[in-house]
Design a protein around this ligand. Structure first.
Ligand code: 1KN
Length: 446
């Protein structure tokens, strides 16, 4: 291994209570909200094909015009209580809010910037009521913070001159001040979700990123921060130059999921997902494929089955309301979670051989293994192959006991004959360690 001053400081997962809490939550709500919701992916009758929150980079929308949109930002229909209750209904256990996206507009009245909600017609802080309402609903809050800040005169993507380096130094102080300000204003937040850390100006100063993470932990112990914040002193990101994860969990799964357990290398990880193909901020068009509740439930369940968290994104409108399709998704997902959430919350990798019918999830620290079925086979028979040294004690589907058929050594069919369902079916396996007793209390193979 290479001697590193600013690489990973820990080998293996974080084991403290704050991280265990993050791990138990499993299902989060992402919210992308800012002045980009005003154009909503369109401008003067033209449609921007990129992600709506990136519209400032579109040549059809002059920076001058975009940078004055805040004068119209007045979310009179914003109701933090309503936001929190619909998130609770969906079954989200944490929420990540964009305090400031790449455009630099702050949803809180930062004393380090003029480009904030305080300068808008709305004037009032948006984050305070949000954090209070979500926490009251039993939902933890994490703060998305973009390091890139297109509004700040000292932001540099690369450092070519001494003047650039001086500006970057001033910018680093600005970043540190804003992050400390957020923790001071919102002390109940549980962590940061950093973004916009790919520019050379950031990744070349591994020492600063390391010191910043340690500074934030020192003023707010227990913070959970993913792998996007830091670079090591050789510019490596997410994984240091020795291949070790930096930060508390792998934060690279954006609009994509791992396929198998080997893909996550024993690390904690989180996937963040959009409902359309690639829109985070409000986009009026919502062209292309819009994911259904069942598709999104499968992504959630697949993530948990591979020992990760899943965060679903919403893009509220400029007036502070959610589009109908997003409200309907929260309701539909919530209906399934209300009955089956026990299979998701505190879920972990079960160690069973993957089968085509769906996913296994083990309730952390227990012998309870859930089968979440997305594909009922034409045979109606769900194959279950017990891992070595694990035997099956009972099988149930919503309190109804099922009798599996032993079809081989440690292998069963669970018969769902005639069962149809238009939402995922959950079966609970009670297991115990130790070899299967040959005379298991199940039907012998016919
Ligand atoms: C260079 O490609 C991207 C893609 C997405 C992003 C941002 N990360 C997501 C979580 C959204 O905030 C998106 O704007 C930034 C740069």
């Amino acid at each position: 291994t290479i001697a590193l001053q600013h690489g990973a400081h820990r080998i293996g997962v974080r084991t403290d209570a704050d991280m265990a809490r993050w791990r138990s939550l499993r299902f989060g709500q992402f919210i992308h909200w800012g002045v980009y919701a005003i154009p909503g992916g369109e401008w003067k009758g033209k449609t921007y094909n990129g992600a709506a929150e990136w519209i400032r980079s579109w040549k059809e929308l002059p920076h001058e015009e975009y940078d004055n949109l805040y004068r119209q930002f007045n979310p009179v229909n914003f109701d933090a209580q309503q936001w929190a209750s619909q998130a609770k209904e969906m079954g989200a256990k944490y929420m990540i809010i964009t305090t400031k996206h790449h455009d630099g507009f702050c949803l809180w009245p930062s004393k380090y910037s003029k480009y904030t909600i305080a300068a808008s017609p709305y004037k009032k802080d948006l984050l305070g009521p949000m954090v209070a309402a979500y926490n009251k609903a039993g939902i933890d809050v994490y703060l998305y913070f973009s390091i890139i800040d297109w509004s700040h005169p000292d932001y540099r993507a690369s450092l070519k001159t001494a003047a650039d380096s001086a500006a970057n130094k001033r910018f680093q102080v600005f970043v540190k001040n804003q992050l400390a300000e957020l923790l001071q204003r919102y002390p109940t937040v549980k962590g940061f979700w950093f973004d916009g850390t790919w520019d050379d100006s950031w990744k070349r100063d591994g020492a600063f990123t390391d010191e910043l993470e340690q500074y934030l932990q020192s003023i707010h112990p227990g913070l959970v921060m993913g792998s996007r914040l830091r670079a090591d002193e050789k510019g490596a990101r997410h994984f240091d130059s020795n291949g070790r994860l930096m930060g508390d969990y792998e934060q690279g799964w954006e609009r994509k999921l791992p396929e198998k357990i080997e893909d996550v290398h024993g690390n904690d990880w989180e996937a963040v997902m959009t409902v359309p193909e690639n829109q985070w901020g409000y986009n009026a068009q919502w062209a292309g494929h819009i994911k259904t509740a069942n598709e999104l439930l499968e992504m959630l369940v697949k993530s948990v089955s591979l020992n990760g968290n899943f965060v679903l994104n919403f893009g509220p409108k400029a007036d502070g309301t959610f589009r109908t399709e997003e409200q309907q998704l929260m309701t539909q997902i919530g209906q399934w979670m209300k009955i089956n959430g026990e299979a998701v919350y505190n879920g972990t990798y079960a160690g069973f051989e993957k089968q085509d019918w769906g996913y296994y999830i083990r309730k952390a620290g227990t012998d309870s293994v859930y089968m979440v079925v997305f594909n009922i086979p034409v045979s109606g028979s769900l194959r279950v192959k017990m891992p070595a040294h694990t035997s099956l004690v009972s099988v149930s589907l919503q309190q109804q006991t099922l009798t599996p058929e032993l079809i081989g050594r440690n292998e069963y069919f669970i018969h769902l004959s005639g069962k149809q369902s238009d939402t995922p079916v959950v079966i609970l396996l009670k297991t115990t360690s130790g070899e299967n007793k040959e005379k298991g209390n199940f039907e012998k193979a016919k």
